[in-house]
Design a protein around this ligand. Structure first.
Ligand code: MN
Length: 263
């Protein structure tokens, strides 16, 4: 049977230092659907945190070996948790490190890939933090600290972001409509794929009158799944290949019914 090239996209696996259930499921995914695909893109937060490529955590090294064995190209974008993942680990996993915003060509047309945290522009505290930790000087200083100190800092940050998340209204933690429109407008594309918000869905929207799609990837902590991109267009799938149940809608929403005066 002739199949069209199929690109798979995942994010937000939040893998722990030790091998666990999510890693086991991802390894099955790599042995299953990923082997049939033409390329795999990982849009960040592959790991719950990353403190440097010199920390050889068992879960991460098991994964690196599995990714390196995969016969298709793998590309990684940084998330807000694993933004320190560097070229050494990328080499161990035989994956390419991509810039923050990546344009790819797929059979259904070009797509724009990003983690998604930069779209949450209403979360001012987070954006300030992001600017700080993405600065090369901050990263260099952090990476030269002793390993136990880095682990302690990452654990503190993780607890802090959980607490902050509970205090903030849910709209603030979501991708902002203006930021979404901006990125699609700037790149002149009509398909955006991102993760981060843990609100899996395929949204239809208009940017300057142009119909666009925004695909939001699922978190593997909740219900694991992935995006499939081929000539059938984007589809959110569960690991058994069935349609992903949350917020899934390929059909554009019905236009509002005209007000009826009959009756
Ligand atoms: Mn994230």
């Amino acid at each position: 049977m002739q199949t069209t090239p199929r690109v798979l996209v995942v994010s937000d696996l939040h893998l722990d230092r030790e091998p666990g259930l999510t890693l086991a499921r991802f390894l099955e995914f790599l042995e299953g659907p990923a082997r049939e695909a033409s390329a795999l893109y990982i849009l960040g937060d592959l790991f719950e945190y990353w403190i440097g490529d010199d920390a050889h955590f068992p879960g991460a090294e098991t994964l690196a070996a599995a990714l390196a064995r995969l016969p298709i190209p793998v590309t990684f974008q940084h998330g807000n948790r694993d933004f320190l993942l560097g070229p050494d680990y990328a080499q161990r996993a035989d994956m390419a490190l991509a810039p923050e915003i990546l344009r790819i060509e797929v059979d259904g047309g070009p797509a724009l890939l990003m983690h998604g945290d930069s779209l949450c522009t209403a979360d001012i505290d987070y954006q300030q933090f992001r600017t700080m930790v993405r600065a090369p000087a901050w990263q260099q200083a952090f990476l030269t600290r002793p390993l136990p100190e880095r682990i302690a800092a990452a654990e503190r940050l993780r607890a802090g972001s959980r607490d902050a998340g509970k205090m903030k209204p849910s709209e603030i933690m979501d991708a902002h409509p203006d930021a979404i429109a901006d990125v699609l407008r700037t790149h002149g594309l009509s398909l955006l794929v991102h993760g981060h918000t843990h609100r899996p869905a395929i949204h239809h929207l208009q940017v300057d009158g142009r119909p666009c799609l925004r695909c939001v990837l699922p978190s593997w902590d909740e219900l694991p799944g992935y995006l499939s991109l081929d000539d059938q267009g984007p589809r959110l799938l569960t690991l058994d290949g069935g349609p992903y149940p949350v917020g899934f809608s390929l059909a554009p929403p019905d236009p509002p019914a005209p007000a009826s005066r009959a009756g």
